[in-house]
Design a protein. Sequence first.
Length: 546
Amino acid sequence: MPITLSLLLMLQSYTAGSEPTPASVSSPSASDVPSTVSASPSGVAEVASQISAGVGNVQQVFAEGTKGTVYVFEEVHTSRVGQIEEAIMLLHLHDSFGVKEIALEGAPISRHPLNARWFDSLGGPGSRGLREDIAVRMLAEGEISSAEFMTLLFSDTQVRGIEDAKLYARDANVTEKAEGAYLTLIAMKNAEQDMSQDDVRHVNQLMKEGRKEEAVEFVINADPWTKVQYDSLKAEAVSTTPKLSCEGLLDRLRGLQAKAAELGLPVDQQIQKMAASEVDIDQTCINRSKVMVAETSRMATGNKSIAMIIGEAHASGVTQSLRDNGIAFALVSPIAFQPTYGELSLEQFKRKDHLEWVQTSRGSLGALLDPPAKNTKHKPPPIIGTATARSFASALFAAEKVSATVRGGGRIPGDVLNELKTLPEFRADPHSFSVSGHDVIFKATLKDTDGHDRVVWIRAGSVASSRQLSLQQKLLQARVDLGGFGNIPPSQPPPNSRPAKDEGPGDGERDTGQNKKILIEKTGASSLAIFAANKSDIFSVGEISD
């Protein structure tokens, strides 16, 4: 009794054509980060150990290089908590060891570093604390990366892209994987030889009942060799980034091709075409790593130390190339490398690749400034150089500024209007302002991700708070609020709301009737905001201040 060959019709059910969700593995507990870091370590290993205390793990050290030193940060792009921990390590490198250059995957090679000077115009020198709140908020939401965070807050930090733009564009949308096809062919060949008649009958019965995916898995798992390969594919399929290195992905596919050839299996043209496309993608990934190392080595001239941020798929190739080029390095990863908490969803990750905002719940600013999402697979590019980024940050600043002014007994809009007029890509309507308790309601015009004007209604509120936090403390608070580890108590949700899962740190949800809920964003230690397309939504939620 032969196994039904229509099992081949199920290829797409277990290849990467189905949309994955972010990976989930637990992270070890960690104490809070020391408030100071020694500035006189004896070498790259000591620096890496000090900057990562409580927030990261040192994976490799190569201290024998004769050129500059590179601190390589290996990340999973979807981990928001990982980005926070990475930002703390970059902060320590900057403040204690004077490392002010960052080589960034996802940004093209350019003569000029990322430019965020516009951020300094938000309120001027006296508004540093508000700007910190905004940068921490955008980082913790997943809107910006740790490198963008450093660029926003430190004008002496230079972040430079290290990507070949053409290679980066090619290594994007992989919707099919040939491994699944080869694995099925190999599994069915082995099954014909080794499976019992009872097993064959069971497989055919599953097919008859329409349980095709179960039939495929049964056949694959019946052979120890194909089971190991299949488990690897399944582990990768539930992540937005590959668990194997670029080199490992290519080796795995070629191993499956060699096994199929050894068994004399016929491989149709569609599968061969899929394989050729995937080989090209994997080789492009490898070539990207080489370009990134070449560009980073040009930055690390003399005795200069720099930071380099890459995804996990590039870590093996990058570190080997650094060794080959005689460049000392330490490879560091955040503790929250692939956590079960604080992750971007696949849908949110897709948005980032197209310079769109990831938080799109009703009441959030991103919901009003985004078009529908598209697809992606690799590290998204920086967003801070766009008009919509200037609007986004300006709106958060305006909300925090007006709520603090009302809480302090100031006049609205008189005491803030001139300052709001200086905000980039932001126009507040001076006739729209109204005050209700400690809430301020007003209308503004912003730029969406397509560059078009978008009218947004804002309800800004506040809670009584006397807490004065350092920048590092703000980051640690955000880590705890997203489910990370630490000794800081998590923030309470805004008044008359419940905690909002998978949103920004400290956010809350409030019911507004008719089975609708709205997000109340906690934009700072004491500031709150709701963003809506129309005035009625802003008024229907009621006061948000305490």
